[in-house]
Write a protein that binds this ligand. Structure first.
Ligand code: FEO
Length: 407
């Protein structure tokens, strides 16, 4: 495995092949916790790893230098997947000063027994010389915690970007040009949708802050390093940040006895006839992570639920609650669903779609028990309406960049 970014700058993190649940993020392809070692006249470690993998990090560092000779340990982000091993790391590096911004120092003190740690507090514009190279710091608050920070090495045009531009993707390769780019982009999209999406304004400020930097390589704290395609991930972030939709309709549903399922099929068929990408998603055959990823760049969404106990099906309610928290913007939407002796499923969806803030195109489409041919026709027509709206929305917001191109 090639772990060298450039001369004397190496990846020393951990590949977590088996993690499948990252605080409810479905990490079906595993994850990595990236840390980097810069050896110059001074030695700096950039970030740590999750608590159980501190020994792995220290083993990687020891293969390159004596940990006692490390001068600085930079903490770009205090979340425990990057700082969990910090107590062990600093114990093994007794001569190192922890370098972080003020909010990070506060967060670390609230997580760990950090009173005795040597600290160097930095803020945007500060720099630390390592000899031939230097570390420059750019605070990036709320991307996606208050203390988030980038570290830039101008001599190498290299940006250590903590979570931003990352992907939950375990691979034996460390670079974007060694891995299928379509997979990397899809996982970067999933990461943005599920972790970064609520913080679009902060992402905008962050991109403006780094616009003046010459960046040839982006080394995030998860996934592969952007060595050959940094412009592609930066362009994708601009599209996602602005919620630019593609001409794409999603029909997301949970059914009890397949009446809502039949309505969902008819809605999707109607949308597909109108010539846009039209996708059917059964909530119980997918997961929150993948649904949010699909929602990110969809222009229009039909969301359906059967009625259970005068309300939505539990997984439909959970999905909408999750989406409300992620705050995807600018979608056209409608609710649908079947009921029996009591109403509530489609009506509950409609209420929640309005709470998310989407443009609701019509009253809910409902069916008592099995949908009749007339109701299925109504669904197909509604699908066509969604597709037309999706085309208008996508055209009106400037065509989204094609983010899944062959390298
Ligand atoms: Fe990868 Fe926000 O921690």
């Amino acid at each position: 495995m090639n772990t060298t970014l450039c001369e004397n700058i190496d990846w020393v993190g951990y590949v977590d092949w088996n993690v499948r649940d990252f605080h409810s993020y479905d990490t079906e392809h595993g994850a990595t916790y990236n840390a980097y070692l810069i050896r110059d006249e001074k030695i700096a470690l950039i970030d740590a790893v999750k608590a159980p993998y501190g020994e792995n990090l220290l083993r990687n560092v020891s293969a390159l230098c004596d940990p006692a000779k490390v001068d600085y340990v930079v903490c770009n982000h205090a979340e425990p997947d990057h700082s969990g091993a910090m107590p062990d790391v600093l114990r093994a590096m007794p001569n190192a000063a922890l370098v972080c911004d003020k909010k990070c120092a506060e967060a670390l003190a609230e997580h760990y027994d950090a009173a005795h740690w040597k600290r160097r507090i930095v803020s945007t514009g500060d720099a630390v010389s390592l000899g031939k190279r230097s570390l420059q710091f750019v605070e990036t608050p709320m991307v996606h915690w208050p203390e988030s920070m980038f570290t830039y090495v101008p001599e190498e045009k290299l940006l250590f970007s903590m979570d931003a531009f990352g992907q939950h993707l375990a691979t034996s390769e460390r670079f974007d040009d060694e891995t299928a780019l379509c997979t990397v982009m899809e996982e970067a999209k999933a990461y943005y949708a599920n972790i970064i999406m609520p913080f679009g304004k902060s992402v905008r400020a962050c991109l403006e802050r780094i616009a003046g930097l010459e960046v040839e390589m982006i080394a995030p704290s998860h996934g592969v390093i952007w060595r050959s395609h940094p412009a592609k991930i930066l362009a994708a972030y601009r599209n996602w940040m602005e919620h630019r939709p593609r001409p794409k309709v999603l029909v997301i549903y949970d059914s009890m006895w397949e009446s809502t399922g039949a309505m969902a099929e008819a809605l999707r068929d109607g949308a597909a006839v109108a010539g846009v990408q039209a996708k059917l998603i059964s909530i119980r055959r997918s997961n929150l992570t993948r649904i949010a990823t699909d929602v990110l760049d969809a222009a229009a969404i039909a969301f359906g639920s059967a009625t259970l106990n005068h309300g939505m099906m539990p997984m439909a309610a959970a999905t909408l609650s999750y989406l409300e928290g992620l705050r995807p913007r600018g979608k056209a939407a409608l609710a649908f669903g079947s009921y029996g002796w009591g109403r509530g499923g489609a009506e509950g969806v409609d209420k929640q779609l309005r709470a998310i803030g989407w443009d609701i195109l019509r009253e809910p489409i409902v069916s008592k028990y099995r949908p009749t041919p007339a109701i299925l026709d109504e669904c197909r027509q509604a699908g066509r309406t969604l597709a037309e709206k999706a085309r208008v929305l996508a055209a009106g917001r400037a065509a989204a960049a094609q983010v899944c191109l062959d390298p």
